[in-house]
Write a protein that binds this ligand. Structure first.
Ligand code: ADP
Ligand code: MG
Length: 574
């Protein structure tokens, strides 16, 4: 029973397809990268599952991806002998948008104001990745034939769709394990039937993939018909057309920036280039290689609690798991890359990752590498660093609360908007602040508020303006968390300007002090009357030198929750 059925795409799929075709058209050969990337993932998954069940290799242990051209049929096929898909897996992964990621992508599209524009679409797609559906950039029909490793030949599945709303699914016999994706090229995309053209695209995009990518020898050698006719009688011969070594194992001197950039796109599913990277090999008792990347743009799910981290774990070149969140702390969750350990067991599980000394060491070293990378960028390429900060600053601000040991180094990377800087850009470092401190000033002053404007226009700042003392303007949600953990930087205490008695230290001038005392004497009755009429609502009413133009302001006690934190907690329902 072939059990053929026609199923509707989930509504979002058609939308994604339309968008993909429209906005990636100018860069259409990426379909090959996406399909080869999936094929290579499938090979790596098989290799991993086979660690505990080597029956899965059947009689075909050499994992590879093949790209085949059929000029007569007008098709290009990407074929792998990887893990394959069961019927249900095809429905779940190809026929619907299973990942919440893509769903969020569609929501982001729908909620965007002012309709769509190509540049915006590209940026959005860059954040989500399109994968399999990129096939429809060049194909008007795609057939996927797959068999899951471990199932018998009659459990193959054939999926086919023109990408316009529905697809068919039937059970077929498939002797070889793995997946064939057959692209029926659109009439004006026949250029991809040229084996040389495909070869050059593979060289560009898939050179660094550890799995060999093969093409049929004759297809680009036998150009004359006689040879071709001969070739048809023989079993096809294949040859590897990519380099096929894991990029991170090659030496730095052997790699160009373009190599690193392409590899980043492969592992991150990001269409944009990375902002920076760090590639290191550590030798000794714990040997491992790391290649870590900073993306240009924050992923759409950076604020999602469920969000997985983007570092892949390999052991001796064997892919073990995606999103190995023990390799980096939460506050560096935007970092992508690869860690390949020579010393972990191949059967390493999530549980082992939880408490393993080697993993802890790698994690600690990863943090240090990223901190150095950022420090160097901040020093040598301040504009690039600013770009980084604008995207990821809010996440980095979680650092001091989570990583006590690196608090000071993270502090050095923070950037703020201040009473001296203009606009809302956060560009002033604590070191710059300290350099600009007034004579006699020994504290770093800050104000927290729920918006940049509220911070900038707070009456609490009047006296600081008058004395020319810079104040950090904090209005990100995470700022309260930051200042509750970063109490000092380079020996300078961080002091809220809205808390407790105004303590200007050496800055307070004698004259003002005398004035205060005098005012307290003169207006003692008024203060008392105010306190009486405000009753329980205030703790104290007092004269202050805090204000210059405003008549009065509300202050919280030194050890009380700030008014802004109270607001934030209330907003999240605490
Ligand atoms: P991603 O690769 O980011 O998960 P894709 O759209 O490229 O997204 O692929 C969606 C899913 O389809 C994959 O996660 C995988 O489960 C499945 N898939 C696609 N191609 C293959 C393949 N060649 N072999 C096995 N599974 C595949
Ligand atoms: Mg993919």
């Amino acid at each position: 029973d072939a059990h053929k059925e026609t199923l509707e795409f989930k509504a979002e799929v058609s939308q994604v397809l339309d968008l993909v075709i429209r906005s990636l058209y100018s860069n259409k050969e990426i379909f090959l990268r996406e399909l080869i990337s999936n094929a290579s993932d499938a090979a790596e998954k098989l290799r991993f599952e086979a660690l505990t069940d080597d029956q899965l290799f059947e009689d075909d242990p050499d994992l590879r991806v093949r790209v085949l051209v059929d000029k007569d049929a007008g098709t290009v096929t990407v074929s792998d002998n990887g893990i394959g898909l069961s019927r249900q897996e095809v429905i779940d992964t190809i026929g619907s948008i299973a990942s919440s990621g893509t769903r969020r992508f569609v929501e982001a599209l729908q909620s965007r104001e002012g309709g769509s524009d190509a540049a915006g679409d590209n940026a959005l797609i860059g954040q989500f990745g399109v994968g399999f559906y990129s096939a429809y950039i060049v194909a008007d029909k795609v057939t996927l034939i797959s068999r899951r490793a471990g199932l018998t030949a009659e459990h193959g599945v054939r999926w086919e769709s023109d990408g316009r709303g529905s697809y068919t699914l039937e059970t077929v016999e498939k002797p070889g394990r793995g997946t064939d994706v057959i692209l029926h090229l659109k009439d004006d995309e026949k250029e991809f039937l040229d084996a040389w053209r495909l070869r050059s695209v593979i060289g560009k995009f898939s050179d660094h993939i550890a799995v060999p990518v093969e093409m049929q020898k004759e297809q680009y050698e036998a150009e004359d018909e006689e040879k071709e006719a001969q070739a048809e009688d023989r079993a096809p011969e294949f040859e590897q057309v990519n380099r096929g070594t894991a990029l991170w194992m090659r030496s730095k001197s052997d790699l160009s920036d373009d190599d690193y950039k392409e590899f980043y796109k492969h592992i991150s599913h990001d269409f944009e280039e990375p902002l920076a990277w760090a590639h290191n090999r550590v030798e000794g008792t714990n040997e491992y290689t790391t290649l870590l990347y900073l993306p240009k743009r924050a992923p759409w799910d950076m604020w999602d609690r469920e969000q997985k981290h983007g570092v892949k774990l390999y052991v001796k070149r064997v892919f073990i798991m995606d999103e190995a969140d023990k390799l980096l702390p939460h506050w560096l969750r935007f970092v992508k890359g690869v860690v390949d350990s020579d010393d972990l067991p191949l059967n390493v599980s999530r549980e082992i990752l939880q408490h393993n000394r080697k993993i802890d060491t790698i994690r600690g070293a990863n943090v240090k590498r990223i901190l150095s990378l950022l420090e160097t960028m901040a020093k040598d390429e301040p504009e690039k660093y600013q770009q980084f900060w604008d995207e990821f600053g809010k996440v980095l601000k979680e650092g001091p609360g989570e990583d006590f040991a690196n608090r000071e180094r993270i502090g050095g990377l923070l950037r703020f908007s201040t009473t001296v800087s203009e606009g809302t850009e956060q560009s002033v470092s604590l070191d710059t602040y300290i350099e600009r401190m007034q004579e006699g000033q020994d504290k770093i002053y800050y104000i927290t508020a729920d918006s940049p404007a509220a911070a900038r226009h707070s009456p609490h700042l009047e006296v600081f303006r008058k004395k020319g003392v810079e104040v950090l303007l904090l209005s990100d949600r995470v700022d309260e968390w930051l200042v509750s953990h970063l109490h000092e930087y380079k020996g300078k205490h961080l002091q809220s300007v809205t808390k407790g008695k105004l303590d200007l230290g050496e800055l307070a001038d004698k004259e003002a002090q005398e004035k205060t005392e005098q005012a307290e004497k003169e207006h003692g009755d008024l203060l008392k009357r105010l306190k009486e009429s405000l009753g329980e609502r205030v703790q104290e009413v007092r004269v202050s030198t805090r204000l210059v133009d405003s008549p009065a302001c509300i202050v919280v006690g030194e050890h009380d929750m700030s008014a802004n934190l109270a607001r934030v907690l209330k907003a999240v329902g605490q």
